[in-house]
Design a binder for this molecule. Structure first.
Ligand code: SF4
Length: 658
C-alpha cells in the first residue's frame, strides 16, 4: 500500500524533497496484478546519482512490457529523510507510486561501485527485510543484484538472494516468470524459488554454495551445496543490441541530476584490452548498435524529452563505426535547429579526430576529457593502453584547433611496476598539452585527475597487490611538487584512503559480509560521498573480524591460489588472464581483437557469440589495432571470420597479430 500520507508531512523537513516524488516525464505507475511479479528496482545511492542509470531504466521498461511483470523504482533516501522515516516507522518506498517495499516480490539493485555495499544493507533493512538471506521467510522480498561489481559477489553473498551476471535484458523476463509462478502458488517456500532461480543461466544464488577455507584461513574453493546449483555460473551476453532499442522513454527528471541529458548507448563491450579495466574485460565481445537505430533513438529521444544534449555512451565511443556521420547528422539535423550538442563521455585519444572535434564542438564547447591513464609509454604498454604521446598531442591539437580551451586528463597511479619516472611522466604530458594549447589560445587550461589504482576481479591485474595508502600519497605529493609552479595545470586526486576501502571489498571473500555489516551498524552509509567516507569504520570492522588490509588489499596473489570468484565466469579463460598478467610485467602490448584474429580469451568462443561491428577496419587515427600506422585510417583490410581461429602458441609468444 502507498505510504504517501505518512511520507508527505516529512518532505517539508528535508533537503531536496523533489528527490522523492517521482512524476518525471517518462515515469510509469504500472497496475499491479495478482499474477504479475512485482519488481522494485533500486540504485543504492541518492536519486541524483541513481536516476540516470541506464541499466535500471532499460530493465524497468522491459519488465513493464512483460505480461507477468511490473516494475517501479527506488533510490537511497538521504540521511535526513532516513532519520525521519525510522522515527515515524515509514518503510522504504517506490518513487513511482510510493508503495511500501514490502508490497513487491523482488527488490533488485544495480551495483556499480563497491563502496555502496553498506547502502545496500541499509536499504534492505529500511524495507523491513532481515539483512541476511538466511533469516528471511517465504513472505519476505527476494533481494537481487546485478551490475559490474557483482562479478565478485562474495562480499555481499550473505545479504542477497540472487545475483544476475552480465546483460539483464533477457534474464529479467526469465526471473519474472519464475517469481510470478511462485507468487501465484502462494509463495510456498523460499528454497524452492531459489533453486528455480539457480536453474536460470546467468543467475547465481549464493546461499546454495559454501566457501571452504584451510587451517590458515586461506580460501580453498567455493562449492555448490545443492544439485540445482551449477559448479560455475556463466554470465549472460546479448548477441545483438539491435533487438533491444531501450530505453524508449528515458526519464526526464524534475530536479537536478548527474548526466542530465539524453543518453543513447551505441555499443556494448570493448576489446581494446586495457589490463586495469574490469568493464572492458567482463563485457566482451563488442556489440555495435546499427547506426540507423542510433540515429532514430537520438531523434525520437530529443523530440520527446526536449533535451538539447545527447551523450553517445559506450566504453570508447570514438571506436563506433561511422561515429563522425552519426554526430554530424545529429548536430546538423534541421529539426533541432542546430542547437543540439553531442557529448562523447568516453573518448580514446587515438581515435579522436579533427572531424569529431569540429562536429561535437559546433553547438557548445565545454571541456573535453581524455584518459591516457599513464604518464609514460612503458607504463602504457604494461597496462595495454597503447596510446602514443603523438596520439594524445594530435587529439588535443584537433580539439584546440576547433575552439576548445579546457582539457581534462585522467590518470591512474599505483599501477603494477610503476616507477617515479612514470609518475612524473604525467606532469610532462600535461605541460606539453598546455604548450600545444598556447599555440591556439592565450590561456588554455589542463586539469589532471589522478586516481589510485584498485585491482578488480576478471582482469589481468587481479593478482596484483595494491599500493599502500602511504605509497599512493607519496606519488601524489611527488606530482604535486613537480607541478607547483605550473599554473595552467590543475591537479586533482582521489583520496588514497577511499582506494584502500574499495580495495578491501573489490577482491574480498564471504568473510567480508561481517565487515560490511559492521561498518553499516556503526553508521557507515554513503561511503561514496567524501563528506561521509571514513576509512576508520572499515579498519575497525576488519580488526573486529580478525582480518587485515594486508590480506585483502596489499598482498600479491599467487598463480594457483583460489580466488573468491572462481565459481563465476565472465567467459574469460583464467590462463588468458594469467598470460596477460605475465605480458604486462614484460611490457608486452596486445592488439585489439576486433580488428585482428582472436586470442581465444573465451568471451566469444565459449558463448557462440562474436563481435558485431559495422566496419571491418579500425577508425581513423591511432596506433592500436593492427600493428600498422593507422594515422591515415581505414586502409587495413581485415576480414572478420565467422569463427575465429585460436591464436597459435607461436603467435602468442611473439606477441604477433596474425
Ligand atoms: S574470444 Fe577472441 S575475438 Fe572474442 S573477445 Fe576474446 S580474443 Fe576477442
Amino acid at each position: 500500500m502507498t505510504v504517501w500520507n505518512r511520507l508527505e508531512p516529512l518532505l517539508g523537513k528535508v533537503q531536496k524533497p523533489a528527490r522523492y516524488i517521482g512524476c518525471e516525464d517518462g515515469a510509469q505507475t504500472p497496475e499491479h496484478r495478482p499474477e504479475a511479479a512485482a519488481w522494485l528496482l533500486g540504485y543504492p545511492d541518492t536519486y541524483e546519482i541513481g536516476l540516470p542509470n541506464q541499466g535500471l531504466q532499460i530493465l524497468r521498461e522491459i519488465i513493464n512490457e512483460h505480461p507477468l511483470g511490473v516494475a517501479e523504482r527506488t533510490y537511497a533516501p538521504w540521511t535526513d529523510l532516513e532519520e525521519l522515516m525510522r522515527l515515524e516507522g515509514v518503510p522504504l518506498f517506490s518513487v513511482d507510486s510510493h508503495r511500501a517495499a514490502a508490497d513487491f516480490d523482488i527488490m533488485a539493485f544495480n551495483l556499480s561501485a563497491e563502496l555502496t555495499y553498506t547502502n545496500l544493507v541499509n536499504l534492505i533493512d529500511l524495507a523491513g527485510v532481515p539483512i541476511r538471506s538466511v533469516d528471511r521467510e517465504p513472505g519476505h522480498l527476494l533481494i537481487g543484484v546485478g551490475g559490474h561489481c557483482t562479478y565478485n559477489p562474495e562480499p555481499i553473498a550473505d545479504f542477497v538472494d540472487f545475483v544476475v551476471l552480465g546483460d539483464g535484458e533477457e534474464v529479467v523476463g526469465e526471473i519474472t516468470e519464475v517469481v510470478a509462478a511462485w507468487r501465484v502458488a502462494g509463495k510456498p517456500d523460499r528454497l524452492g524459488v531459489l533453486r528455480d532461480l539457480a536453474g536460470i543461466a546467468g543467475v547465481y544464488v549464493p546461499s546454495l554454495y559454501e566457501a571452504i577455507y584451510d587451517a590458515d584461513g586461506r580460501l580453498v574453493e567455493t562449492v555448490p551445496l545443492d544439485s540445482a546449483a551449477p559448479p560455475v555460473v556463466e554470465k549472460r551476453t546479448l548477441p545483438d543490441l539491435a533487438e533491444w532499442p531501450y530505453p524508449r522513454q528515458q526519464l526526464v527528471p524534475l530536479t537536478e541530476v548527474v548526466h542530465d541529458r539524453l543518453n543513447v548507448e551505441v555499443f556494448r563491450g570493448c576489446t581494446r584490452g586495457c589490463r586495469f579495466c574490469q568493464a572492458g574485460m567482463i563485457t566482451r565481445p563488442v556489440r555495435e548498435r546499427p547506426a540507423d537505430q542510433v540515429r532514430t533513438m537520438v531523434a525520437d529521444g530529443l523530440r520527446r524529452t526536449g533535451y538539447d544534449e545527447v551523450a553517445l555512451t559506450s566504453l570508447s565511443t570514438a571506436d563506433f563505426s561511422g561515429i563522425e556521420q552519426v554526430v554530424s547528422e545529429t548536430v546538423n539535423d534541421p529539426e533541432f535547429g542546430g542547437q543540439v550538442s553531442v557529448s562523447l563521455p568516453s573518448l580514446r585519444v587515438d581515435a579522436f579526430t579533427v572531424g569529431i572535434a569540429g562536429q561535437i564542438g559546433k553547438a557548445r564547447r565545454t571541456g573535453l576529457t581524455f584518459a591516457p591513464e599513464a604518464g609514460t609509454w612503458r607504463m602504457r604498454q604494461v597496462i595495454n593502453k597503447l596510446v602514443r604521446e603523438e596520439d594524445l598531442y594530435a587529439a588535443v591539437r584537433s580539439a584546440y584547433s576547433q575552439g576548445w580551451r579546457r582539457m581534462k586528463l585522467y590518470f591512474l597511479t599505483g599501477l603494477p611496476t610503476e616507477t617515479d619516472e612514470d609518475t612524473l611522466g604525467i606532469a610532462s604530458l600535461a605541460r606539453n598539452v598546455v604548450a600545444i594549447g598556447r599555440e591556439y589560445h592565450k590561456s588554455p587550461s589542463v586539469t589532471i585527475s589522478v586516481g589510485g589504482f584498485v585491482p578488480k576481479a576478471f582482469t589481468p591485474f587481479q593478482w596484483f597487490g595494491q599500493n599502500t595508502q602511504e605509497e599512493l600519497r607519496r606519488k601524489i605529493n611527488l606530482l604535486r611538487d613537480e607541478l607547483r609552479r605550473d599554473h595552467a595545470v590543475k591537479l586533482k586526486w582521489h583520496d588514497p584512503r577511499a582506494s584502500a576501502a574499495e580495495g578491501i571489498v573489490s577482491r574480498g571473500d564471504r568473510r567480508l559480509g561481517a565487515v560490511i555489516e559492521d561498518v553499516w551498524r556503526h553508521g557507515g552509509t554513503f561511503q561514496e560521498w567524501t563528506e561521509k567516507f571514513d576509512l576508520q569504520f572499515w579498519l575497525d570492522a576488519l580488526e573486529r573480524q580478525g582480518l587485515t588490509l594486508e590480506q585483502y588489499v596489499y598482498r600479491h596473489r599467487e598463480e594457483h591460489e583460489a580466488l573468491p570468484w572462481d565459481h563465476i565466469s565472465a567467459g574469460l579463460h583464467r590462463d588468458f588472464l594469467w598470460m596477460e598478467w605475465r605480458d604486462a610485467l614484460n611490457e608486452v602490448g596486445l592488439e585489439d581483437c576486433r580488428w585482428t584474429p582472436c586470442y581465444d580469451c573465451g568471451a566469444c568462443t565459449g558463448y557462440g557469440v562474436e563481435h558485431v561491428v559495422a566496419s571491418a577496419v579500425p577508425p581513423a587515427g591511432g596506433s592500436q589495432g593492427t600493428g600498422q600506422d593507422l594515422t591515415v585510417g581505414g586502409e587495413v583490410p581485415v576480414t572478420l571470420l565467422a569463427t575465429r581461429p585460436a591464436r597459435s602458441d607461436a603467435a602468442v609468444a611473439a606477441g604477433a597479430s596474425g
